[in-house]
Design a protein around this ligand. Structure first.
Ligand code: 6PG
Length: 251
């Protein structure tokens, strides 16, 4: 089993448990270093989580000490319904806007995704400059989802970007999954240099990929990108019963 698996009756319950986890990780990080660096994903699954952390639970979060980053972005403008930044702005950031310097978004509207990737790479390298060699650390916590094909972030099966060893950010050509627009994504070196990562997964359509990822002890034996996520300190899976497909929780 790769990481710790928790199974909940539905996605709302999983989102509540993950919200608790985010608040705890935030408090620990602020106590340790005075700030909390969080990278978030797009897609539909995190909507209930963002609704909680941005709404009823906002007071529990050390938002003034939080630096917010994105795992990936679609090549669209911030007001496009497919924008990952736009989605978070409408939920996570709706009631307590952060100072602009706390919001590290990927520029989906830059006409050339390669340039947007380079700009984000520079921003991350400069932000995390104090943690770079000998042991590079990036985020305190990365929140991830998976697709039914086992992709995570915008790291798709068979993509050469999966083999990236150096760059933290790469542009990705239009994938076969919707929305069919180019992406800009964190790479495995950036994600795996995080302290912790947590996946939120819901729905029976993701059960086969999830089973294959979790039951394969060696990431090299599966071609599923999400199986290659291995942060430095802790990996957790918050999963609803439909996605778990009968797999037993490990805690
Ligand atoms: C994105 C994501 C992506 C997402 C999965 C799951 O921008 O699309 O970051 O990796 O997490 O595709 O998406 P759903 O939650 O919509 O199923």
């Amino acid at each position: 089993m790769r990481g710790e698996l928790s199974v909940f009756s539905d996605l709302d319950e999983a989102a509540r448990a993950l919200a608790e986890r985010v608040v705890r990780a935030a408090d620990d990080a602020v106590a340790r270093s005075g700030r909390f660096t969080l990278a978030i994903s797009g897609g539909k699954t995190p909507e209930p989580l963002f609704g909680l952390l941005g709404g009823p639970w906002a007071k529990r979060m050390p938002w003034t000490r939080t630096e917010l980053f994105w795992v990936d972005e679609r090549a669209v403008g911030p007001d496009d319904p497919e924008s990952n930044y736009g989605g978070a702005r409408a939920s996570l950031l709706a009631e307590h806007p952060l100072r602009p310097e706390q919001v590290h978004r990927i520029s989906g509207e830059t006409p050339d995704p390669e340039s947007a990737a380079k700009a984000y790479e520079l921003e991350l390298r400069s932000f995390f400059a104090d943690t770079v060699p000998p042991v590079p650390f990036t985020f305190d916590l990365v929140l991830l989802g998976i697709g039914p094909d086992g992709h995570t972030a915008s790291l798709f099966p068979g993509s050469p970007v999966l083999e990236e060893r150096i760059a933290w950010v790469r542009a990705v050509p239009t994938p076969v999954v919707i929305p069919r627009v180019p992406r800009i994504t964190l790479t495995l070196p950036a994600i795996n240099a995080a302290h912790e990562a947590a996946f939120l997964v819901g729905g029976a359509d993701k059960a086969p990929a999830l089973r294959s990822i979790l039951s394969n002890p060696d990431a090299r034996e599966t071609s599923l990108p999400a199986a290659r996520v291995q942060p430095r300190d802790r990996l957790e899976w918050f999963v609803d019963r439909a996605a778990a497909g009968g797999m037993r929780p490990t805690r």
